[in-house]
Design a protein. Structure first.
Length: 233
């Protein structure tokens, strides 16, 4: 998915918007139908110790068929959500204060629920990391491409083909002795199902968005496809 990045001043304005009270999220979160079940997600992760005290992050997207973005914690810390927007635009995210300034891995994520895979249209991403002295740390935190949760093979469908890759990829990493695998957000999984091969970003296999690959991700995928519900995150 391609992303359009605005100039610094516009991005900074978006960062300020993310600090607005979360009450605005309620009015901006009503553009998908009640039965909408396609969840798009963007993760924000750090690859090495960066001494990050504060992360200001957010996503702006079109309102057509799409609920307002909603932020979730992956790492331990304090998350302050914020939301706003304008005509035809959702803008939401928050400010995250990690407990461990030198943590490595996923910090937070943002998800957006849509009526269909074709409804999601991203406008911009906000991503500013700050050191304890208040200075900006360039390129400290990486924002992943936004992806459709459960669509492992990126064909805009969430079906048995995705589950087969998901099952093989996760079981290549876990066993009875180590039932949870702490993956790197910059890790590529090489997965083969029969004569079909693929290279996948590990975070797309983390269905429940907890920073690990485990049976829980497979269970959530099956629950989603069998119960006709949306992913919780």
């Amino acid at each position: 998915m391609k992303h359009t990045f605005k100039k610094f001043t516009a991005a900074l304005a978006a960062a300020v918007m993310c600090a607005l009270p979360t009450v605005n999220a309620l009015s901006a979160n009503a553009y998908a139908n009640d039965n909408a079940r396609y969840t798009f997600r963007k993760t924000f992760a750090v690859s090495s110790p960066k001494n990050v005290k504060k992360l200001v992050f957010g996503v702006a997207c079109s309102t057509s068929g799409t609920n307002g973005p909603w932020a979730e914690k992956i790492a331990q810390g304090n998350l302050e959500r914020g939301a706003g927007g304008g005509v035809g635009v959702h803008n939401a995210g928050g400010t995250f204060y990690p407990t461990n300034y030198n943590m490595v891995g996923g910090m937070v994520s943002i998800h957006m629920v849509c009526n269909s895979p074709s409804d999601y249209h991203e406008i911009s991403t906000t991503n500013y990391a700050y050191a304890p002295n208040g200075s900006l740390i360039p390129n400290a935190v990486t924002a992943s491409p936004t992806f459709l949760v459960g669509d492992v093979n990126f064909d805009d469908q969430i079906d048995s083909d995705d589950f087969n890759f998901l099952y093989r990829g996760i079981h290549d990493k876990i066993n009875s002795t180590h039932p949870k695998y702490k993956f790197s957000y910059f890790e590529v999984l090489n997965v083969a199902v029969g004569n079909t091969y693929g290279n996948f970003s590990a975070y797309t296999f983390d269905i429940n968005d907890d920073g690990y690959l485990s049976q829980a991700d497979l269970d959530m995928f099956l629950y989603y496809t069998s119960r006709n519900i949306r992913f919780p995150r």
